[in-house]
Design a protein around this ligand. Structure first.
Ligand SMILES: NC(=O)c1ccc[n+]([C@@H]2O[C@H](COP(=O)([O-])OP(=O)(O)OC[C@H]3O[C@@H](n4cnc5c(N)ncnc54)[C@H](O)[C@@H]3O)[C@@H](O)[C@H]2O)c1
Ligand SMILES: O=C(O)C[C@H](O)C(=O)O
Length: 328
C-alpha cells in the first residue's frame, strides 16, 4: 500500500537554495523513493518573488515527479505551515562579499520570530524544523523560543554543510574515500568559530588523527579552511553557496527522518546541558538518528584545545542570543 503524503514547507522557495533543493525533495531524495510529498512553498508577498515562484512551480510540474502529489504557493507563513510535517526555513537575506554573519542577525531575526509563531499555531505537533537561513543557529533558537507549544527538540539548525566540508578536506588530506570516514563531528555555531573535530574519526577502523598526525595542519589549515569556506565561495562566485547548502539540507533531513544506521552526523540541536553547553543553546553536536529521533553522542573526551575552541564558538552564540533577547 502506498504511503500517506507528507507536507513539506520550504521558505525562500524562489531563491538560490530553493531552486537547488525543491527538485531533489520532489524526486524522493530527502524522504525516500516511496514517500509522496506535498510541497508548500513560501515566498515574500512581493510581485517579483511570487512570479519567480510560479516559474519554479511550472518547472516542478514539468518534471512530472511521481512522488509530488501537490504544490502550493504561499505568501503568509500561517497558511504555508498549516499541518506541515517538515519545515525547511531557508528564506532570509544571504551574506554578500565582505559581510560577517553577525551583520545578518538584525535583518533576519524578525523573520524567524514570525515563522516560529506561525509554526506554533498551525504546524503538525511532530513537525521537524531545519533552519538554513543565516545566522542559522540563532535563527533556529529564535524560532524555537517563538513556538512554546512545540517540543524544543523539533527545532534544529544546519551544521551539515560544515560537516560535509570537513569530510571532504580529510579525504583530500589522507587520500582516502569520503564514504569511509566515520565519527567526524563539528561543534558549535555555523560560522568561522565552528570547531570541526576529527579526533574520534576513523577510516576503516584506523584513527584519522594518528594518520594525519599534524596538529599544525589542524590548527592553521584545516580549521580555517572549513570555517571560512562560505566566505571563500562568496568571494569566488559573488553569491553564497547554494547547491552544497541544498545538499546538506537534504542530508540533514533524510538522516533525521530515515536514520543513520549508527553513523555519526552533525546537527545543530537545542542543548540539554551536555558538555557544559547551557540548556537551549542551539549547538552543533555529534548525533545518531533512529526512528525519526536524533540522539546526542555523549561521553566524548574534551581535551584542553577542544575546550578552548568550544568556549569560543559558545561565546559567539551567547552574544548572538543576547542580541536578540529583546525579540523573544
Ligand atoms: N546554514 C548554512 O549552511 C547555509 C548555507 C548557505 C546559505 N545559507 C543561508 O541561506 C539563506 C538563503 O540563501 P539563498 O542563497 O537561497 O538566498 P537567496 O537570496 O537566493 O534566496 C532567499 C529567498 O528567500 C526569500 N525570503 C526572504 N525573506 C523571506 C521570508 N520572510 N519568507 C519567505 N521567503 C523569504 C527571498 O525572497 C529569496 O527568494 C541565506 O540566509 C544564506 O546565508 C545557509
Ligand atoms: O557563508 C555564508 O554566508 C553562506 C553559508 O553559510 C556558507 O557557509 O556557505
Amino acid at each position: 500500500m502506498s504511503k500517506k503524503p507528507v507536507r513539506v514547507a520550504v521558505t525562500g522557495a524562489a531563491g538560490q537554495i530553493g531552486y537547488a533543493i525543491l527538485f531533489r525533495i520532489a524526486s524522493g531524495e530527502m524522504l525516500g523513493k516511496d514517500q509522496p510529498v506535498v510541497l508548500s512553498l513560501l515566498e515574500v508577498p512581493m510581485e517579483k518573488a511570487q512570479q519567480a515562484l510560479q516559474g519554479v512551480i511550472m518547472e516542478l510540474q514539468d518534471c512530472a515527479f511521481p512522488l509530488l502529489v501537490g504544490i502550493e504557493a504561499h505568501s503568509d507563513p500561517l497558511t504555508a505551515f498549516k499541518d506541515v510535517d517538515y519545515a525547511l526555513l531557508i528564506g532570509s537575506r544571504p551574506r554578500g562579499p565582505g559581510m560577517e554573519r553577525a551583520e545578518l542577525l538584525a535583518v533576519n531575526a524578525e523573520i524567524f520570530t514570525a515563522q516560529g509563531k506561525a509554526l506554533d499555531k498551525v504546524a503538525s505537533r511532530n513537525v521537524k524544523v531545519l533552519v538554513v537561513g543565516n545566522p542559522a543557529n540563532t535563527n533556529a533558537y529564535i524560532a524555537m523560543k517563538s513556538a512554546p507549544s512545540l517540543p524544543r527538540k523539533n527545532f534544529t539548525a544546519m551544521l551539515r554543510l560544515d560537516h560535509n566540508r570537513a569530510l571532504s578536506q580529510i579525504a583530500a588530506k589522507t587520500g582516502k574515500a569520503v564514504a569511509d570516514i566515520e565519527k567526524m563531528t563539528v561543534w558549535g555555531n555555523h560560522s568561522p568559530t565552528m570547531y570541526a573535530d576529527y579526533r574520534f574519526a576513523t577510516i576503516k577502523g584506523e584513527s584519522v588523527k594518528t594518520m594525519i598526525n599534524d596538529e599544525v595542519w589542524n590548527k592553521d589549515t584545516f580549521l580555517p579552511t572549513v570555517g571560512k569556506r562560505g566566505a571563500a565561495i562568496i568571494a569566488a562566485r559573488g553569491v553564497s553557496s547554494a547547491a552544497s547548502a541544498a545538499n546538506a539540507a537534504i542530508d540533514h533531513m533524510r538522516d533525521w527522518a530515515l536514520g543513520t544506521n549508527g553513523k555519526w552526523v552533525t546537527m545543530g540541536i537545542p542543548s540539554d546541558g551536555q558538555y557544559g553547553i547551557p540548556k537551549d543553546t542551539m549547538f552543533g553536536f555529534a548525533v545518531t538518528c533512529e526512528g525519526g529521533e536524533y540522539k546526542l553522542v555523549e561521553g566524548l573526551e574534551v581535551d584542553a584545545f577542544s575546550q578552548e575552541r568550544i568556549n569560543v564558538t559558545l561565546k559567539e552564540l551567547q552574544d548572538e542570543q543576547a542580541g536578540v533577547a529583546h525579540l523573544l
